[in-house]
Design a protein around this ligand. Structure first.
Ligand SMILES: [Zn+2]
Ligand SMILES: [Zn+2]
Length: 254
């Protein structure tokens, strides 16, 4: 099966059709932008062709503040340390979690438009920003492929697309890496945010399974990293599949 539920004939055929889909989507967007001049997704004002938000709104988007753990990116209670309590006391299955921005303000609005209102052009744009961040942080060095946090078939049917998969496709295309479907979600889980810390691991235990074996390094893409539990569980499954290094790349950090 491919990411969009079709039958896979060969990986080269898949890549070929994926590239064509990207090209056709690009042409369609170009034609639409000629018919309807582009508007900023945040303020509704005019913006340059190909830009999702205007320069003014882009400059006003929130940025990370405070000292962060160099492994998981959590805010550090003691700025004198470089690791949080969790990363300081146990080995994590991922090498790093790198996120673009805090999950607030304009970023929250953009992710909402993409995820719940199906504004896929916003997702492709966020994917290019993620690819740039990955390059700046040198995550693309020594990894062969890009993958994403999977959804259950029922969730996929309800939303119509997996937002993490769309982001991952844009990241892979921009970095010139392979997009791989490596994991499946085998059972439903409760939203992590609603659970006390000690129940979060239990909620996710065994929820993700590898569907292929791999080796070398891989980038795991997610949209919003609320707690690190989901990407931690996915990273564990990727390590089990044989990948030796997992870098997590997320748009926003809650
Ligand atoms: Zn604007
Ligand atoms: Zn940490």
């Amino acid at each position: 099966m491919t990411t969009n539920g079709g039958t896979r004939t060969s990986s080269s055929a898949w890549r070929f059709s994926s590239e064509w889909r990207g090209l056709i989507a690009g042409i369609a967007e170009g034609v639409l932008s000629l018919l309807y001049p582009p508007e900023c997704a945040l303020c509704g004002g005019g913006t340059d062709r190909g830009k999702i938000v205007c320069d003014r709104c882009f400059t006003a988007l929130p940025r990370f503040s405070g000292e962060r753990c160099r492994v998981c990116g959590d805010l550090l209670p003691d700025p004198g340390l470089d690791l949080c309590t969790t990363c300081g006391t146990r080995i994590r299955p991922f090498s790093r979690i790198v996120s673009l921005a805090p999950y607030e303000g304009g970023w929250e609005r953009l992710i909402h438009l993409f995820k719940f209102e199906g504004e896929k052009a916003i997702g492709r744009w966020l994917g290019t920003l993620l690819a740039r961040l990955a390059r700046d942080e040198r995550l693309d060095q020594g990894v062969g492929s890009v993958t994403y946090v999977p959804m259950r078939r029922e969730e996929l049917t309800e939303r119509g697309f997996n937002q993490a998969a769309l982001l991952a496709r844009a990241v892979a295309r921009n970095l010139g890496l392979r997009l791989e479907r490596t994991l499946i979600k085998v059972r439903p889980t409760a939203p992590q945010r609603t659970l006390p810390a000690r129940e979060r691991r239990e909620n996710l235990r065994g929820a993700f399974m590898p569907v292929r074996s791999g080796r070398g390094g891989i980038i795991l893409v997610d949209d919003v990293c609320t707690t690190s539990s989901t990407v931690e569980e996915c990273s564990r499954a990727l390590r089990l599949a044989g990948y030796c290094t997992v870098f997590v790349l997320a748009v926003a950090r809650a």
